[in-house]
Design a protein around this ligand. Structure first.
Ligand code: PA5
Length: 463
């Protein structure tokens, strides 16, 4: 079976020097804390970290596939209404596992997928103008079932559906994914009788991609969800052992922690050398940022912790960001996502053989050029003493993508132990939501609104 590999040679002091690279002894010192961190995370598996068990939920997977089969061929569009952890995984899976041109040329009987993860009126308004709700299935996703962005979108599209199809028929065009009991969205499901799926307890937004949150829209657009969860299970098995040197999640977590705490590299760049893996970088950015970016430690002290995730895409960003990466401040470390085998082989036809500046390309392949550019960047970063690791995908398949998702979720949970923060709450996000409720005049938030009004600058400086 195709297993992901993490090559961390270039993160070591032997490759990039003592100042920027990790010495074997520094890794060794993390062996015992890593063991303890893994034990602490896995001990919560049946308590509050239920996302660890999502790949084993066969009954749920069967329900998802049954639902997808029951609506097969009925809709031209599937639209996800969700945001943050209720959208990023959906985008990442679609980008990784369907053709980049899926929405232009959807395979027979499969719908197109749109994820409206913003409420910018120009995004939503354009959609309202351009798409026929009668051809569309809306998957409303919200763990809390209260998020203003998602609920406002739901109200807009529900109205459009009712106007177009009538009260009774509109219900066939909505499927909801939310908490089993709490939240107003669950109440609405009960009132309307919408089809629905559950975001289980103990599964926070950014750890929910392998629940119906990410799997339902994937199944609807033809992605092999069984392959995805099989990959996640395989990675869970590979990460079960407590030996730091043999456990990919422990190793990656240790590298992140050492890079920030010992090597003064607060910025973690995910450099996807793959169009298909690019959105996994966005998904990981949320996982890392929301999990570790915390004001307080678990002991209640102000720590203002957390790495800053940055996403880059090769080769595109070679022509925009690599200059900074190779010669700018030594405040970054890099994770290159590399793919051994592309699905396509694209030959470059020979031409202009008398013009050496272009002739050398002829007769080679785009695959060779892509690989040469990736290797060139890896070499350039290493020579510039920029620590980098490579996560190598044998190819991009449901299985390898499932492995990656589970690897990173577990690694970030372990990082939470190293950083000493709660990797599963998001008080900063909640604070923004509360302020928005107050500004929108939601009942119960009057006091917060008054505080915001009072704190407004008396003399704004604007130029
Ligand atoms: O990871 C998280 O918890 C957040 O990003 C949420 O996913 C996001 O705020 C949306 O929340 P909800 O799914 O409750 O609508």
């Amino acid at each position: 079976m195709d297993r992901l590999r993490i090559d961390y040679t270039n993160a070591l002091s032997s490759a990039v020097g003592d100042e920027h690279g990790i010495a074997p002894a520094e890794l060794e010192q993390l062996a015992a804390p890593s063991r303890a961190a893994l034990a602490a995370v896995l001990a919560r598996r049946t308590r509050d970290l239920r996302w660890l068990d999502l790949p084993a939920q066969e009954k749920v997977h069967a329900e998802i596939l049954d639902y997808a089969a029951s609506v097969s061929g009925r809709f031209r569009n599937v639209v996800v209404l969700g945001i943050g952890g209720s959208a990023l995984g959906n985008i990442a899976l679609q980008t990784a596992l369907n053709s980049p041109y899926h929405n232009l040329f959807p395979p027979a009987a499969l719908p197109r997928l749109f994820v409206l993860d913003n409420i910018d009126p120009d995004l939503v308004g354009e959609f309202v103008d351009a798409f026929d709700p009668a051809e569309t299935l809306f998957n409303v996703i919200s763990k809390s079932g209260t998020t203003a962005e998602t609920m406002s979108q739901f109200l807009i599209f529900r109205r459009r559906l009712i106007d177009r199809l009538g009260e009774a028929e509109h219900k066939e065009h909505v499927v909801v994914t939310t908490d089993e009991t709490s939240g107003v969205l669950r109440e609405i499901v009960k009132r309307e009788g919408y089809a629905s799926f559950v975001v289980p307890e103990g599964v926070g937004g950014r750890y929910s991609v392998l629940s119906p949150v990410g799997l339902l829209s994937s199944a609807l657009v033809g992605i092999d969800v069984k392959g995805l969860v099989a990959g996640a299970i395989a990675m869970g098995d590979a990460c079960a052992g407590a030996d730091l040197a043999a456990n990919p999640a422990l190793l990656y977590a240790a590298l992140q922690w050492l890079m920030q705490s010992k090597k003064q590299k607060p910025i973690a760049v995910t450099f996807a050398y793959s169009h298909r893996l690019a959105s996994l970088g966005d998904w990981y950015a949320q996982l890392l940022a929301e999990s570790l970016g915390k004001r307080r430690s678990r002991a209640g002290k102000d720590v203002f912790a957390g790495p800053t995730p940055v996403r880059a895409v090769g080769v595109t960003d070679q022509h925009s960001q690599v200059q900074l990466y190779a010669e700018g401040p030594f405040d970054k470390w890099f994770t290159i996502l590399a793919v051994d085998r592309s699905d396509h082989a694209v030959p470059i036809p020979p031409a202009y053989e008398d013009l050496e500046a272009v002739a050398y390309l002829g007769g080679r392949t785009m695959n060779e050029l892509f690989e040469a550019e990736r290797e060139g960047t890896r070499i350039a970063l290493t020579e510039a003493r920029r620590p980098n690791v490579s996560i190598e995908f044998p190819s991009v398949t449901p299985h390898t993508v499932g492995q990656y998702l589970y690897l990173m979720e577990l690694a970030v949970a372990v990082m939470g132990e190293h950083y000493g923060v709660d990797a599963f709450d998001q008080p900063g996000v909640e604070a923004g939501k509360i302020a928005a409720y107050a500004l929108m005049g939601r009942k119960g938030y009057e006091k917060r609104r008054a505080e915001i009004e009072t704190a407004k600058p008396k003399t704004p400086r604007v130029v």
